[in-house]
Design a protein around this ligand. Structure first.
Ligand SMILES: NC(=O)c1ccc[n+]([C@@H]2O[C@H](COP(=O)([O-])OP(=O)(O)OC[C@H]3O[C@@H](n4cnc5c(N)ncnc54)[C@H](OP(=O)(O)O)[C@@H]3O)[C@@H](O)[C@H]2O)c1
Length: 283
């Protein structure tokens, strides 16, 4: 049986029906107790119920990541149930302006930064005490000789924050400008938080997916097929031609690298951006 996240509590902020749902199910499969949070209460409750029906542990809670009071309320709800959080995934996202900067007003850019960057910052700051508690070694108090230390052979325990960026950070296509600004700033935030919270045992990394081939992208390809002619398969093949692997990553293929970063297998990985795009960009 796989136990990558055994005994850990993982909070997902901005859990949607695609990536967020798959992440909740996979994290629970790997032994985590999962908190599923977003604004749409019915959806996060459905995801949590699906996790429980599959034999996992999960509960749902509302959160608006742009509202400090709401993020505080989420932290309080979580703290009523657990003493520590070991993993936090920030994936809140709203479709940005898809126009060049000349046709994008500053208010749209500000909203993108508020959700992607400040939302990630306020969520991480609010959860830092619980994440710090998650980085305390459970066996340390019982057995001095087994205590984890840089020289004992057993790595110190850490907790982990993963923020969802995008492979948009690697290109400058005009219509993605607003999105690129927000996701690039998110990567910079990840670097700074990694430096600031590393001494407290909290690792911070970002994951940059290219395309995620799920229902949302399928619907978009259907739209493109209708607009330009051809089939969804034609659009898929045309898009996949740019990838080394000649295909697009599935939701699960984006989720599993996130699980790795949440796990102790990544105990020395912090301040990094992991691009997951079937080889469209090399960095
Ligand atoms: N899909 C892709 O192809 C792709 C590619 C590259 C990167 N990514 C990144 O991967 C992550 C997940 O993508 P996705 O396609 O699964 O996104 P998604 O389906 O849109 O899910 C993101 C969720 O964020 C929630 N959200 C929006 N505003 C929020 C707020 N103020 N507070 C809390 N939650 C909020 C939304 O749920 P509520 O409306 O219920 O709050 C939404 O369901 C995102 O960060 C995205 O930028 C996606």
């Amino acid at each position: 049986m796989s136990v990558l996240l055994s005994g850990k509590t993982v909070v997902i902020v901005g859990a949607g029906p695609g990536f967020g749902r798959t992440l909740a199910l996979r994290a629970a499969e790997e032994g985590a107790s999962v908190v599923v949070a977003a604004r749409t209460v019915t959806r996060v409750e459905e995801i949590a119920a699906e996790v429980r029906a599959a034999g996992g542990q999960a509960f749902a809670a509302p959160v608006d990541a742009t509202d400090p009071d709401s993020v505080r309320a989420l932290r309080e709800t979580v703290a009523e149930r657990v003493d520590a959080v070991h993993g936090l995934v920030y994936s809140a996202f709203a479709v940005p302006s898809m126009k060049p900067l000349a046709q994008t007003d500053h208010e749209q850019i500000s909203r993108g930064i508020d959700l992607s960057v400040l939302g990630a910052l306020r969520t991480t700051q609010e959860f830092t005490p619980l994440l710090e508690a998650g980085a305390k070694d459970p066996v340390e108090a019982d057995d001095d000789t087994a205590a984890a230390s840089p020289t004992s052979g057993r790595p110190p325990v850490s907790s982990s924050v993963v923020m969802m960026a995008s492979a948009v950070i690697h290109h400058s296509r005009e219509r993605y400008a607003g999105y690129k600004i927000a996701k690039t700033a998110l990567v910079a935030l990840g670097h700074s938080l990694a430096t600031e919270l590393g001494p407290r045992g909290v690792r911070i990394n970002t994951v940059a997916p290219g395309y995620i081939y799920g229902d949302t992208l399928k619907a978009y390809f259907e739209h493109l097929a209708g607009k330009y002619g051809g089939t969804i398969d034609d659009i898929y093949q045309h898009t996949a031609e740019k990838m080394d692997l000649r295909r697009l990553p599935s939701e699960r293929e984006i989720v599993d690298p996130v699980l790795f970063l949440l796990s102790d297998a990544a105990s020395a990985v912090t301040g990094q951006t992991l691009t997951v795009d079937c080889g469209e960009f090399h960095n």
